[in-house]
Design a binder for this molecule. Structure first.
Ligand code: NAD
Ligand code: MG
Length: 359
């Protein structure tokens, strides 16, 4: 097995941290440098049985409490947050403890929020095990739990000490969750790096086969791009919003069809609508739209949105956090490799793009 490790530094001054990426890193000793004695390992009922033992083997010199939550988005809850706090307090965890997240974005977001708030903040480490968590949620320090009134309603910006990405973990991921992660990978190419987009086009086969060398590069480049954007705008006042390409349309699809569409799938369909809109505006060529569509499709992602009334799109899209004074602001590709954030009031034009890219 290839054991070369790639390292990305997320440059945030004194909150900077390293992301190590490679095949087989779960068996590396030590997993992380300078871990404290007391460790809470947070995982879920799917990932724990697959990978917790490997992690625990590396932590035999530490006092580790494993806390396992249910699978699924609903586990990112106030109830689980409270239960983890109970565990930490029952076991007399002090400020010199660490929380390690082993799992996808759900486990990572919850663990991060626990770490941000237990005794006003303790050390936090991430071992993301979905492609989405590896390229997206483990970079940038957003942590959150859901409230019955809305997703990610309670949260904090809180950076980890370090992130360890083992590409081998992706071998057990479902095809749909794997493709969802690829939607975010393609997004990075479109918003920031034409060469990376071209590289993705040339490595579709390797990516679909989950080959570790291709995965290591794709994850590394994705983390690098996200890290650069986050370093420029940690608290999402400006350019960090570019990471939302395809997401405003995507969120509307997810809201209307939450039981059948996954986030990454909705983002893929949303990305095509954004590209189509720019084609209509004369700012993206037909060739570029086709390249985006072909790449997403070859990675087994949907490229047409479900049929919905324009009023429904509008209602859901108006809830977007980028809406300013009632006007929606969309992230739109100006070329393969660059994007812009633009206020858009022309709903006829938006509706045309949606219609062209729906079935
Ligand atoms: P998830 O954590 O629910 O994981 C998806 C599924 O894969 C789950 O069933 C999980 O148990 C399973 N799984 C995880 N790793 C596996 C593995 N190696 N093998 C087999 N199965 C595995 O979902 P996700 O897509 O990873 O993350 C979605 C969450 O991330 C959402 O809550 C979202 O809000 C959040 N998110 C956060 C950020 C951020 O910046 N913090 C960014 C994007 C998304
Ligand atoms: Mg996303």
């Amino acid at each position: 097995m290839q054991k070369t490790t790639q390292q990305i530094i997320v440059g945030l001054g004194e909150r900077s941290y390293a992301i190590d990426i490679g095949a087989g890193l779960l068996t590396r000793t030590p997993l992380f440098n300078a871990l404290p004695q007391q460790i809470l390992l947070l995982t879920n009922t799917v990932v724990g049985p697959l990978y917790a033992e490997q992690v625990l083997d590396q932590l035999s010199q530490h006092k580790v409490i494993v806390h396992t939550i249910d699978d699924g988005e609903q586990a990112k809850s106030l109830v689980n947050y409270g239960a983890i706090m109970d565990t930490l307090i029952q076991h007399n965890f002090n400020r010199d403890c660490a929380i390690i997240a082993l799992g996808g974005g759900v486990v990572g977001d919850l663990a991060g929020f626990v770490a941000a708030t237990y005794q006003r903040g303790v050390r936090f480490y991430q071992i993301p095990t979905t492609l989405l968590a590896q390229v997206d949620s483990s970079v940038g320090g957003k942590t959150a739990i859901n409230h019955p009134g809305g997703k990610n309603m309670v949260g904090a910006f809180y950076q980890p000490q370090a992130v360890l990405i083992d590409t081998e973990c992706l071998q057990t991921l479902s095809d749909r969750d794997y493709a969802c992660g690829l939607a975010e990978v393609v997004k990075y190419g479109i918003i920031a790096d034409a060469d990376f987009f071209t590289w993705l086009e040339a490595h579709v086969q390797e990516l679909n086969a989950r080959e570790s060398a291709a995965l290591t590069y794709a994850i590394q480049r994705s983390c690098q791009i996200k890290a650069e954007v986050v370093a420029a705008d940690e608290h999402e006042q400006s350019v960090r919003a570019l990471l939302n390409l395809g997401h405003t349309f995507g969120h509307a699809i997810e809201a209307a069809h939450y039981d059948t569409w996954k986030h990454g799938e909705a983002v893929a369909a949303g990305t095509i609508i954004a590209a189509q809109l720019m084609f209509q505006l004369g700012e993206l060529t037909a060739v570029e739209v086709t390249r985006i569509e072909n790449l997403l499709q070859s990675l087994h992602l949907p490229v047409r949105a479900p049929l919905m009334q324009l009023e429904q799109w509008q209602a859901f899209m108006q809830r977007d956090k980028k809406v300013q004074d009632g006007t929606i602001r969309l992230v739109l590709p100006t070329a393969i490799g660059s994007a812009t954030i633009r206020p858009m009031a022309d709903w006829q034009m938006i509706g045309e793009a949606i219609k062209a890219m729906s079935t």
